[in-house]
Design a protein around this ligand. Structure first.
Ligand SMILES: N=c1c2ncn([C@@H]3O[C@H](COP(=O)(O)OP(=O)(O)OP(=O)(O)O)[C@@H](O)[C@H]3O)c2ncn1[C@@H]1O[C@H](COP(=O)(O)O)[C@@H](O)[C@H]1O
Length: 96
């Protein structure tokens, strides 16, 4: 699988968890009454951002913590129904 392929695959699974909720971590975060679900995801992003800062300062687990932050940011985009193509296009448009 290409590097971009794994992101696509995770995104597709998250969209499925959103649309066909099961008893799982990501479905649990995305299914709640609308406001609370968004707040739970945003709170998680705040926690993960703090964990990235600590990991960097301590030179410990930076890759794992960065993956957690990126993952929860993707989860927010899925929850907000942003197509992955929009994110990829945004990166492409910044190419110099
Ligand atoms: N990539 C991930 C992924 N990365 C991180 N996490 C979860 O994100 C959480 C990170 O939170 P923390 O670092 O605070 O650790 P924690 O203390 O265990 O977290 P909490 O107690 O706060 O939940 C953990 O529960 C991890 O399991 C992920 N959970 C799921 N995925 C992907 O999402 C897909 C759907 O997941 P499920 O909904 O669980 O099936 C899976 O197939 C995976 O590909």
């Amino acid at each position: 699988m290409t590097d971009e392929g794994i992101i696509r695959e995770v995104y597709r699974v998250l969209e499925d968890r959103r649309d066909n909720p099961v008893d799982s971590y990501t479905s649990g975060l995305m299914t709640d009454d609308e406001k609370r679900a968004e707040d739970k995801i945003l709170e998680k992003i705040g926690e993960e951002a703090a964990e990235v800062i600590i990991a960097s300062k301590n030179d410990e687990n930076l890759v794992e913590e960065a993956a957690d932050l990126i993952f929860h940011t993707l989860l927010l985009l899925v929850y907000k129904r942003v197509p992955l193509e929009r994110l990829l296009d945004e990166f492409s448009s910044r190419r110099k």
